[in-house]
Ligand binder design. Sequence first.
Ligand code: ADP
Ligand code: MG
Length: 439
Amino acid sequence: MPQKILEILSLGPATTRTLAAGTGMTRQTVNRKLRELGDSVVKFDKIRPPLYYAVTEAFESGSKIPLAAVDPHGNTHLWGVLRPLSHGGFYLQPTVIAPKVLRGHKETGFFEGLPFFLDDLRPQGFIGRQIARGLNAQSDIFPPDPRNWNQEHIGRYLVANGDDLPGNLKIGRMALDRVRRPPQKARREDYPELADKALEGDVHGSSAGGEQAKFATYSRERGAHVIVKFSPKGNGELATRWRDILATEFIASEVLHAYDIPAAELEIFEVQGRLFLESLRFDRIGEHGRLSMIAMQAIDSEFSGIGSGWLKVAKSLEHQKLISRQHFFDIAVYWGFGKLINNTDMHLGNVGFSIDSSGFSLAPIYDMCSMGFSPKSTGEIPPFAFSPPDIDGTLSYIKDSCPMIKGMARSFWKKTGESELVSDAFKRFLEQANPLHKI
Ligand SMILES: Nc1ncnc2c1ncn2[C@@H]1O[C@H](COP(=O)(O)OP(=O)(O)O)[C@@H](O)[C@H]1O
Ligand SMILES: [Mg+2]
């Protein structure tokens, strides 16, 4: 029995010839019917013969879901319309101002799953778990663990809560039509309460990834959006070790800045028994302005599929001319420095980029700290021990920069040894076996 055009297309894309064969109609009739179907089909005509796709609805948001970007002045620009496809996947119908990379690695705008730039915005890490738990308590549509969310969960979340996502993207009609409100602001003296709330699962500000306890807010003192990590309360062994880790992140940022390397601008301070590490957000400008930000992880999953390793992924992206050679070298410098300061957490979520007109530009470096000393997930607190590895072999292609990287690392260990922020145990280790002497 002949099938209808949309029935055939719901199984996958087809040419007019296949449609004619499946429906028993002439190709002329198929062409006329396709025209009549209008917006319910998408034509991909960059190949011969052209392919037709049937469109469906997703995220309770219909079949035309706007994607927009907020600029540094806070104005919103349409980058495209997301068209969910009947047989699965999405097509991004880009506007003329949309950056090229939004079309994905095939440069077609067709994606088999949720497009990488949206998947990157899914709830993740500490704040992501709080978001998922909160939504699950309100409605059992959303699984309590965000790692179990499918693309429909992610999409519905992004459309309904897409006002204050990391980076500058907004998705869905509602996010575009909503009246712009000033951010909720806080003073440092409010941070202990915000920390307690974050631990209780109250997500007060924007979402952000990463496993450590944190919240996002707008700092009245700095007049800027910030991401704030904090230690457990008090001076117990666990809290003390996390303080040491936060201190190393602060010291590393001082060293990076001293070497004119773009790094997150941090402040560190104690309020009511917690140490707070406050980072000025580089994806926000003033109250409403935004800049693009996307993790290397999302870029890798679309463009290189390597899965891990800053250097390997950066090399592949440079090879594809998606990032500049300079940024490839910069990543190598960050990696070398990280290796020498016991940063065992250099995963692809810890390098950020912004989307630019032809590819991606490296964001300031963040989360650069001595994670190798952190408490284990079992709660165990490992004794201080670290032997800096040899980086020259791996970094032979930037060998001229290796002395500088080592200088940075020596400066880091020297400052750490002299810092008032670190614990007695950490100081003792540095007095007896400072890695500085082995670099
Ligand atoms: N200064 C910043 N500006 C904008 N985004 C940031 C900044 N610092 C961190 N982020 C984002 O927040 C996420 C979590 O921060 P991170 O320091 O990596 O926390 P964690 O130690 O929990 O991994 C990062 O992956 C990044 O996306
Ligand atoms: Mg991180």
